[in-house]
Design a protein around this ligand. Structure first.
Ligand SMILES: NC(=O)c1ccc[n+]([C@@H]2O[C@H](COP(=O)([O-])OP(=O)(O)OC[C@H]3O[C@@H](n4cnc5c(N)ncnc54)[C@H](O)[C@@H]3O)[C@@H](O)[C@H]2O)c1
Length: 442
């Protein structure tokens, strides 16, 4: 029997403004994709919020509505967009350059729509993204001043677009590796550090701060530290705002978080996992810089450690050699190739190998994630969920968690968590998969 009440959720009335940091391959593929879907020329494949269903009640009840019919999500027709980028190309020019979508089929017909999306000047500093040279950049007397300018952009976009609510998503380049330090521990320290132009404050943190100060949920699609610091986590909780990250889980890591749990479920051992990629888009170029790569590497390496729990299974996972490489290879553009060589062992220690060669399209995998995050973060805000949204770990390579909690990486546990959270929000029964009631009559 379903409980009577769920969470009070404000209706998705009016427009939802999606503010994208970065107007590169992922962002333009997302925006152009939404517009194609709205015009009925394509399907939102890969988007759980649009295509997915959710089972309610017992299997015998045969109730599985679409997620978007079960929870009150914003409708695609109500989305409006804005972006910042240090490169001044509008969304049409940027999409053509990114070379992801077929120009005549998916870009030319919506050229007018895309050309209107012109990037706002970015809070950008080459120190944090070495391989980029931007001209469409804000200037100010210090980092706090830049953050104030971002806040002004947010307010102006809201007014100009008539948006009722906003969400912000970082889909900009991966910044150099940073670790949390004194500047990130409290809001006072963070604000002082902005005023003193402390190098510990990366541009992405200015966007996150500006978003939260303007009551806008913030999701981080790259592995940068950004909103994963105590000062901003606290700010989000204090202002009842959802935040989350890091790093969209798309190709190789998605496969890793499917395969590794399977080995562990069957108690198969792992000797080594060698992952390499060739990638030729701008993201690949940025990641060719060792400092940006280090940020990505940390995000990609963490998953096996948490899934396999070597402390609990030393004979199986105590000595895993895990290597991740990303090689910038321009001829491939956005069409990444990710190879994995996996050395496993079974009964009595006999070795076996698995090879995965994933010829994927990076932004085609990422775009539906941006859409789902925009819609679910907006839902979370309307449901007054605050702080880290662990139920959206499903979308991240390196999910943020409350202090002291280890992240859950297994894709199917993440999916269960996501769907159970939707059931909980709507006051429906949790699905435990026990199923004994089908066999033992009361
Ligand atoms: N595509 C995927 O599968 C995938 C998966 C996980 C994470 N990501 C991450 O998503 C991000 C976007 O990927 P992409 O392929 O679109 O890259 P991209 O290089 O095509 O686009 C990134 C854009 O961000 C802009 N930018 C850089 N610094 C900025 C700043 N401070 N403010 C505003 N804009 C800024 C760049 O000028 C560029 O146009 C990258 O960090 C990437 O690592 C992508």
């Amino acid at each position: 029997m379903a409980p009577q009440s769920g969470r009070d959720i404000a209706p998705a009335r009016g427009k939802l403004g999606v503010m994208l940091v970065g107007l590169g391959a992922v962002s333009t593929t997302f925006v152009a994709g939404v517009e194609n879907v709205r015009r009925g020329t394509a399907l939102p494949i890969g988007s759980l919020s649009q295509m997915g269903t959710i089972r309610l009640g017992k299997r015998t009840e045969k109730r599985s509505p679409k997620i978007k019919e079960f929870v009150p999500l914003a409708d695609l027709k109500d989305l409006v967009f804005a972006a910042w980028d240090p490169i001044p190309d509008d969304a049409y020019a940027a999409a053509v350059k990114a070379g992801v979508l077929e120009r005549h089929e998916h870009l030319e017909p919506i050229k007018d729509f895309l050309q209107v999306i012109k990037p706002l000047p970015a809070a950008f500093d080459q120190h944090y993204v070495k391989r980029l040279h931007g001209t469409n950049v804000k200037t100010g007397k210090n980092k706090r001043d830049l953050a104030e300018q971002l806040r002004q952009d947010i307010r102006e976009f809201k007014k100009r677009s008539g948006a009722d609510r906003l969400v912000m998503i970082w889909a900009a380049s991966t910044e150099v590796f940073l670790t949390p330090g004194p500047a990130h521990q409290s809001l006072a320290a963070f604000e002082k550090a902005m005023e003193q132009n402390d190098p510990a404050i990366a541009p992405s943190m200015l966007y996150a701060y500006a978003a939260l100060m303007e009551n806008v949920p913030f999701a981080n699609g790259a592995p940068n530290l950004t909103v994963d610091v105590p000062a901003l986590e606290r700010l989000a909780v204090d202002r009842t705002l959802p935040i989350g990250g890091k790093d969209f889980k798309t190709g190789q890591t998605m496969m890793k978080t499917v395969l590794a749990p399977a080995f562990k479920a069957r108690m198969l051992g792992l000797a080594g996992w060698y992952s390499t990629n060739i990638l030729g888009n701008r993201d690949g170029e940025v990641l060719d810089d060792p400092e940006s790569f280090k940020t990505k590497e940390e995000s990609k390496l963490g998953v096996l450690e948490y899934i396999l729990q070597p402390d609990q299974y030393p004979e199986l996972y105590g000595n895993v050699f895990h290597k991740v490489r990303i090689n910038y290879y321009p001829p491939r553009g956005d069409n990444k190739e990710g190879w994995d060589n996996i050395d496993i062992f079974g009964w009595l220690g006999y070795p076996m190998q698995i090879k995965v060669d994933f010829l994927c399209r990076d932004s085609i995998l990422a775009a539906p994630i941006v859409l789902d995050l925009a819609l679910f973060f907006d839902l979370a805000q309307r449901a007054r969920l605050s702080g880290i949204q662990e139920w959206l770990s499903f979308y991240f390579k390196s999910p943020q968690t409350a202090p002291g909690l280890y992240p859950e990486h297994d894709l199917f546990i993440q999916q269960t968590k996501l769907k159970n959270t939707l059931r909980w929000l709507m006051g429906a029964d949790q699905i435990t998969h026990l199923g004994i009631e089908y066999y033992e009559k009361a």
